[in-house]
Design a protein around this ligand. Sequence first.
Ligand code: FES
Length: 57
Amino acid sequence: MEIICSCFGISKEDIQEAIAGGLTTVDDVAEETGASHGCGRCSQEFVKVTKELLSNK
Ligand code: FES
């Protein structure tokens, strides 16, 4: 399991699940999971991974 955001323990799978649950934007995924709302260190990676997953939908 690949952890993307260690502040909130959000993995790629968690992001995938949020998207499968109907979220359609990076902001919505960030809001729902909390990812990138802590230290912000994961921000770049989080946006990249989430965009990728959204475009694979
Ligand atoms: S690692 Fe994601 S907000 Fe800190």
